[in-house]
Design a protein around this ligand. Structure first.
Ligand code: ADP
Ligand code: MG
Length: 246
């Protein structure tokens, strides 16, 4: 499903190259749920941006199914992302000027237009996350947990191959976070989609089929068994202006 080979990524800063990822290799199977751990600033969000094609690596290749993302121009990557990838973010990232329903339909609009089947799917998903009655509400009327439920529905509405979640419970209390993970886990497994979740939470990691950890720029299997580190570390600060979405 997803093959990362020899990924390297760094940033030019003050005339100096600052390496973030080196030699990242991984294979994720279809339908697999992978948790991605690593200290703040280790490159987790950077890696998700490379997997989704928001950003391009300095070296190495990203393949999703038969598609070599790293051989595509940015415009092609954007189209691929809109069609085939779903995102869930720490701060939900719903558009405040759109209603819940309009937020949900947005990935369809960006992906080529809202068909009757697509609109029906959006409605079903809204019901599935338990917010069918809130279709015409604006996001600021919803609690954090409710907003994240909408964001999960939005991530699935265009039937993506791959769902990427960047600390989806990082801004929720523990109980709400647990419910959100139940929902995400359940909805993704039901549709046999592949899920990669960046998290600091051992509870979240424990649900995954596999736990990978970024350490010194490379990806390794998580070293310590689940449950030995604090249950919930502080979430990372929001990633700056580079988290473009489209
Ligand atoms: P994480 O998500 O694991 O907390 P990030 O992937 O956000 O880490 O960042 C990894 C490192 O790359 C950090 O040192 C961060 O400052 C740096 N970084 C990320 N994006 C950029 C950018 N666009 N320009 C410069 N440095 C960046
Ligand atoms: Mg991050």
């Amino acid at each position: 499903m997803l093959v990362l080979q020899g990924i390297a990524k760094g940033y030019q800063e003050g005339g100096r190259y600052h390496s973030v990822l080196e030699r990242v290799d991984a294979v994720v199977r279809e339908g697999e749920f992978v948790a991605l751990l690593g200290p703040s600033g280790s490159g987790k969000s950077t890696l998700l941006n490379l997997i989704s094609g928001i950003d391009a690596p300095n070296g190495g290749s990203v393949r999703i199914g038969d598609v070599e993302l790293t051989a595509m121009a940015e415009r092609e990557r954007t189209l691929f992302r809109r069609r085939h990838i779903g995102f869930v973010f720490q701060f939900f990232n719903l558009l405040p000027t759109l209603t819940v329903q309009e937020n949900l339909l947005l990935p369809l609009e960006l992906g080529g237009g809202v068909t009757p089947a697509g609109a029906g799917r959006a409605e079903e998903l809204l019901d599935a996350v338990g917010l069918g009655a809130r279709a015409h509400a604006f996001p600021d009327r919803l609690s954090g947990g409710e907003q994240q439920r909408i964001a999960i529905a939005r991530a699935l509405v265009h039937d993506p191959l791959l769902v990427l979640a960047d600390e989806p419970t990082g801004n929720l209390d523990e109980r709400t976070g647990e419910k959100i993970m139940d929902l995400l886990d359940h909805m993704v497994r039901n549709t046999r989609k592949t899920l990669i979740v960046v998290t600091h939470s051992r509870d979240v990691a424990r649900r995954a089929d596999r736990v990978l950890e970024i350490h010194n720029g490379t990806l390794t299997r998580a070293s310590e068994p689940a449950g030995q580190t604090p249950r919930r570390a502080a979430p990372d600060p929001p990633t700056g202006p580079r988290t473009r979405r489209s």
